[in-house]
Design a protein around this ligand. Structure first.
Ligand code: TPP
Ligand code: MG
Length: 1016
């Protein structure tokens, strides 16, 4: 051994030089540089050692070249003289030996060092290859037919067959040679620092190419990569105790027998069973257990149809009878509204987590059929729960999202949601994503459903590690889930678990899959259920007995049967019991508003003044703002002095006053901080210090609620969904989403249709989200003009033909009954009031506001403090208050309008000197329709012709909504339309055509003979 040390020391200078040149610190640290005196750690043998020992025993047993080498080395070479080079390990069979020996100036010792380094580098590359590409050959598909990875190539640098060794210039005879393992790159050695090549390959295969496929090497952070390698490569990491195995089996029993029970009792009912991915239940429970262990107290889940009932029963632990009774078609609904099918409902449950004995709150967010739409909603709710708890780092609250493979790959909102994951005002500090990858979407094969190799590739954009796992290997699944939960709670970043499974039945229980996937389903029919496979394994290894297993099954079957019996006593379905976001204390015990009083929303003048002053100032010292902004702030000072507000100042006063009342205000959307139209300026930027900002709204009062204003990512679907989720968490917040221009809301149409418009009726869940939608025909072209009021109005649920009874509480009752409120305010004061009313109401409704563009700076679109002080409130209708109102019987025409066109109308009326003959009344709250006030106005002007005037085209805007309602109010008098003709595009791209059409309809509006002789 001593001689060996000498040899190593002699080789050191050349090797070190070479290693340094090649920048390979690992090798030098381990053995060949200044490290420990023993170049070859005891207990292991390397190639050189092997040769040496063989040579010691019998010099004839090694190749001549080695013989010469050891002979020379043991004699020693004079200092300064080149060491004799060791022969190439394959010099015997390769021509490189000759080449080495012949190379001018290339000594044998250098060649030996070269070869050592080369081989070690080869092994290092090999390790890297497995880490990067091992997942391509992992056995992920339980059916063994498809590759979960659509690109089924076998990477040429993985040693799948012996001949692949040649890729690394290695040979079969090298398999038993021992190599130093590079530190910081691999953990496959465990406590050993050297392994034979054979063992290296074996361990790499075990880690990367069996039932787990790891994709993580694209992560830029070395520490994170190391962390993952350590979790999966370390030998023996995937060991389970018998207790853990039994728990896993029991969870599988529940998962499987739940589906079996439903199938037995309701064989012809759709339930979107989990069969083929039963392991998802233990998987989710593992994520929750592990997260609870790491301090999480609140988990918010979003998931689609598949396996949802099973999750409710076995993860959230909804009472089984409550689930079973949903299958009874005779069950009466106790709550108003449409309700929803059982596999869409949400749930909220606080319980003890049995694994950790800690409290845990679980909620499953109700969702529509629209796959993945719930993703941003869950994130918003999670963010809000974190925000209200002060959990800035996501240590207490987290989200889990479950996805289908086809939907995860296909739906763009998945990408939009991922892009929120690291934004300061949107991050939830990491989400665990679980993909139920049954390798089919309804009847469509993956190769027709996506262009990416895996359904999970979208997650790579945020550097989330992706763990693919064969769902028929429950222990591998559980291990992966445990690591995923640990990852989320260590790095607070997203992670994806791809459960590669199959779908035992059709898309739903009524569907025939053999029509479209005959071969796949032939295989599925032969497939042994995972529970049986796992039970057999545990029985074979003696962890459980067959009897114990059968008892576990009987026990759960009995639980189901007993619950089934109890479910027959349930006569009434309370959707309220399926709420995902209860608001304790906001409603009474029956879930109704505590009062039905209509709020007045004005505030004391000194508060207006105070907010106005802060809005005109820079609360931080030595903070240099832009000159243009100084002018804006000065103009605010002037307005406060003159007791008036423009739009931006009214908004300031709204938010500021709510903050004073302890209401959190959150304004989110593209460029909202400054405001698309440069009117808002809620965030000031120091002109001299990079990224130094100031939000004066947070400097109003020491004990105020916090104000959040945040520029969002350029997404509507994702961000609106997020804000809706944020607003779900608490009634005591004003959550506003602003579209850059109102028409962009249609890329979030799914959130609007599926959640905002219909959420309450489906899921008895109130939501007070506010949509600010800039709207108005300003000659800016077909886009950027219309927020599509017609779409919102068409979905309003107030009956156009039913003449309501005007009770004392009509105004508030009407709001309570509606699905949402649609307004177009013509004054800053009314905007102020409607936003404040949103919070003062004893219930919550979504509020859609068409907000102005040019009115932001219109000299007449200003309001006096008189319209905002205590005692004032929102005006649903602003009646004519000028000359015409003084002598209403003489009025020939009563024009109703909404929003900005009012200012065009009054200007034109003045031009035409028709102030006495024409009255103009503004409908500020369009829906629910203010039948009572419209009636008053109509009756006030008995001789007047009724006109609806709008600047939008006739098939757009408000006309189709208001027309039947006007007729309901006043059947005797028609309501004539004045506005632009019907059109396909919302506006013209030609400025002149815009002005011509404006003039044309204004002329009609004031042509008192325009409708003479016409029939309605
Ligand atoms: C946005 C949307 N488009 C279409 C559908 C109709 N649909 C329901 S399930 C389904 C297939 C979903 O496949 P996958 O995501 O793989 O989930 P799986 O049913 O296989 O669990 C489709 C297309 C839908 N629900 N939502
Ligand atoms: Mg699928």
């Amino acid at each position: 051994m001593n001689q060996l040390k000498v040899l190593a020391v002699r080789l050191r200078p050349q090797a070190t030089q070479l290693l340094a040149k090649l920048n390979v610190p690992q090798l030098s640290q381990r053995g060949l540089s200044s490290g420990p005196p023993e170049a070859f750690p005891s207990g292991s043998t390397s190639y050189v050692e092997e040769m040496y020992f063989a040579w010691l025993e019998n010099p004839q047993s090694v190749h001549k070249s080695w013989d010469t080498f050891f002979r020379t080395a043991s004699v020693g070479a004079a200092p300064g003289h080149a060491q004799p080079g060791s022969p190439s390990p394959r010099a015997e069979s390769h021509t490189d030996r000759a080449a080495i020996q012949e190379a001018p100036g290339h000594t044998k010792s250098q060649a030996m060092a070269d070869k050592l380094v080369e081989d070690h580098l080869a092994v290092q590359s090999l390790i890297r290859a497995y880490q990067i590409r091992g997942h391509h050959v992992a056995q992920l598909d339980p059916l063994g037919i498809l590759d979960a990875d659509l690109d089924s190539f076998v990477p040429s640098d993985l040693i799948t067959t012996i001949d692949k060794l040649a890729f690394y210039n290695l040979h079969e005879s090298d398999l038993d040679k021992v190599f130093h393992l590079p530190t910081n790159i691999t953990f496959i050695g465990g406590t050993e620092s050297t392994l034979s090549l054979r063992e290296i390959i074996k361990r790499l295969e075990r880690t990367y190419c069996q039932h787990i496929g790891l994709e993580f090497m694209f992560i830029n952070d070395v520490e994170q990569c190391q962390w993952i390698r350590q979790r999966f490569e370390t030998p023996g990491v995937m060991k389970f105790t018998n207790e853990e195995k039994r728990t896993l089996l029991a969870r599988l029993v529940r998962s499987m027998r739940f589906e079996d029970f439903l199938a037995r009792k309701w064989s012809s009912e759709k339930r979107f069973g989990l069969e083929g991915c039963e392991v998802m239940i233990p998987a989710l429970k593992t994520v929750i257990d592990k997260s609870s262990e790491m301090g999480i107290e609140n988990v918010i889940l979003g998931m689609p149809h598949r396996g949802r009932l099973n999750v409710l029963a076995n993860v959230i632990r909804k009472e089984l009878e409550q689930i079973f009774c949903q299958f009874d078609p005779k069950l009466e609904a106790a709550d108003e509204g449409s309700g929803d099918v059982k596999y869409h409902l949400g749930m909220y449950h606080e319980r003890i987590n049995r694994a950790t004995n800690r409290n845990i709150t679980l909620s499953l967010v109700a969702n529509p059929s629209h796959l993945e739409a719930v993703d941003p909603v869950v994130q918003g709710k999670t963010k809000a729960e974190q925000f209200y708890r002060g959990d800035t780092e996501g240590k207490k609250v987290m989200s889990i999202l479950v996805h289908g493979d086809a939907a995860f790959a296909g739906q763009g909102v998945v990408y939009e949601t991922f892009h929120l994951s690291d934004l300061p005002s949107y991050t939830t500090n990491g989400t665990v994503h679980i993909v139920v990858n049954n390798q089919i979407g309804f009847t469509t094969d993956p190769r027709m459903a996506r262009s990416s190799h895996y359904p999970t590739d979208v997650a790579r954009v945020v550097n989330a590690p992706i763990f693919h796992v064969n769902a028929d290997d429950p222990e591998a699944v559980i291990y992966v889930c445990s690591v995923a939960a640990e990852w989320r709670n260590t790095f607070n970043k997203d992670v994806v678990v791809d459960l590669v499974c199959y779908r035992r039945r059709g898309h739903n229980e009524m569907d025939e899959p053999m029509f479209t996937q005959p071969l796949m389903y032939k295989q599925i029919h032969k497939q042994m259920p995972v529970l049986k496979k796992y039970a057999d394994k545990l029985i074979a290894e003696g962890t459980v007995t067959l009897q114990e297993f059968e008892e576990e099954i009987d026990k759960y079957d009995r639980i189901c049967e007993e619950a089934y019996t109890r479910s027959k006593d349930e006569k009434i379905l309370h959707i309220r019991h399926w709420l995902d976001s209860p608001w304790p204390g906001f409603f009474n015990v029956d879930g109704e508003p505590k009062s039905m009083t209509y709020p007045t929303t004005g505030i004391a003048e000194d508060i207006l003044v105070h907010i106005g002053n802060v809005a005109s100032s820079v609360p931080l010292k030595d903070f240099k703002i832009h000159g243009g902004l100084s002018r804006i702030l000065k103009s605010r000072v002037e307005m406060v002095k003159n007791r008036i507000v423009d739009w931006a100042l009214a908004e300031y006063m709204t938010f500021g006053s709510l903050l004073k009342e302890g209401i959190h205000v959150r304004l989110s959307g593209q460029d909202v901080e400054r405001g698309t139209f440069s009117h808002r300026h809620h965030v000031l930027h120091d002109q001299e210090v990079d990224r130094r900002t100031c939000v004066p709204m947070n400097h109003l009062w020491p004990d105020q609620a916090p104000y959040t204003v945040c520029n969002s990512s350029l997404s509507e679907y994702g961000v609106l969904g997020f804000e809706l989720g944020f607003a779900m968490a608490s009634p005591n917040a004003l959550v506003c989403w602003e579209a850059q221009f109102g028409d962009f809301h249609n890329t979030a149409q799914c959130i609007i249709d599926q959640f905002i418009s219909s959420g309450q009726t489906k899921w008895v869940r109130h939501n007070g989200i506010v949509l600010l939608l800039p709207h108005g025909m300003e000659g800016m072209g077909p886009e950027h003009s219309s927020a599509r009021p017609e779409r919102f109005l068409q979905m309003s649920n107030d009956d156009s033909d039913a003449y309501p009874e005007f009770s004392d509480d009509f105004e508030v009752a009407q709001l309570y009954d509606c699905n949402w409120i649609v307004v177009n305010c013509s004054t800053p004061a009314n905007f102020f009031h409607v936003l404040r009313r949103q919070i003062q109401l004893p219930f919550r409704k979504p509020l859609i506001i068409f907000t102005p563009k040019s009115l932001l700076r219109h000299p007449e679109a200003k309001s006096s403090f008189d319209d905002m002080v205590t005692g004032t409130s929102f005006r649903r209708v602003i009646p004519e208050e000028g000359a015409a109102s003084q002598a209403p019987r003489d009025v020939k025409r009563l024009i109703f309008c909404t929003g900005k066109v009012f200012y065009d109308l009054i200007k034109e009326r003045k031009n035409q000197d028709l102030d006495k003959q024409v009255a103009i009344t503004r409908v500020e709250q369009i829906s629910p329709f203010p039948f009572d006030l419209i009636k008053q106005e109509v009756e006030k002007y008995p001789e007047a012709e009724l006109i609806w005037c709008q600047e939008e085209h006739k098939n757009m805007g408000y006309y189709d909504y208001i027309s039947p309602r006007f007729l309901t109010v006043s059947q005797a008098r028609p309501i004539w339309y004045v506005g632009r003709d019907p059109a396909a595009a919302p506006a013209t791209g030609n400025k002149n055509a815009h002005l011509v059409s404006l003039k044309k309809f204004l002329d009609t509006a004031f042509n008192l003979k325009a409708f003479d002789g016409k029939t309605f």
